[in-house]
Ligand binder design. Sequence first.
Ligand code: SF4
Length: 343
Amino acid sequence: MELKQIVEPLIKWYEQEGRKLPWREGKNPYHIWISEIMLQQTKIEAVKKYYDRFIQELPTIQDLAKVEEDKLLKLWEGLGYYNRARNLKKAAIQIEEKFNGKMPKTYQDLITLAGIGEYTAGAISSIAFNQKVPAVDGNVLRVLSRVTKSKKDVLLLETKKEMTRKIQEILPKQAGTFNEAIMELGETICIPNGEPLCDRCPLVNICLAKKENLVMQIPVRVKKTKRKKEEITVFLLKYKNKIAIQKREQNGLLAGMYEFPNQKEKMTKKKLEEYLKQKKIIGKNIKKVGTHKHIFTHIEWNMTAYEIETQEELKGYLWIQQKELKNKYALPTAFAVFQKYIK
Ligand code: SF4
């Protein structure tokens, strides 16, 4: 089987079956960029509403470059991995300063921007500007591995490099359409979990994994690292109709985000009372209100939240009204789940 055989059927299929998505209309590079960054960790259906709101609030690169961080993070609330939002703004400033406010066209220029890696640079330059560059993500790796019955570990960088070389060799003139087509096939037909929908696949007569009944064994993914587990006790400190929040440090996990005060250890109610005493905090009506497990890429948080009424607005925290929490301050999902316990 020659790999270039996949090009024509894929493009034909995509032109007929490709989903109509808001960021694909008009090939606006700014729209494609924002959507690609959102899609890095989130599914298409979930991204749509965030995308529409983001573009409405920040319709141009110039608006993005000027936006205040709190507003930006609020717009990103719910999408997670907040550094993506910060990098968008950094890159918008770079575009203003280095590229006269216009999105650069080439892979080489795009990759110099904050938050834009090989895949995103390839996607923007090929889809928005039809440059002949591959854009290889997990979907593409899966489709290629299956079509060629490759048993190489798709989590290895060298496998990705080899697949990227193979795609580069077969890229047609309509490189952007081809890249979109193969990604779309991976998202909708040659799916990652469960059986792929081979009977609806334009490559069914070419695909070697299908021919040799290997579709459930490919792609091969060899997992290595185990997630580190951490216990977190969350304090929902309340005084009158206000609640305490604080800003996280500017580095590390959820950098610079707002959070409820917390301590990295598991506390029983008794232990918590001792802790408050040590800190000279007078708290009453202390009660455990809920638990939550939050999974990041490398860390798992087992969280327990306590409601504590204080006798004053304790120093060192930002005391805010509940509605401000909804409208003004972006809480990452790990903490936002406890909002429902604040009455
Ligand atoms: S035939 Fe099946 S396994 Fe092969 S590319 Fe199509 S959907 Fe994937």
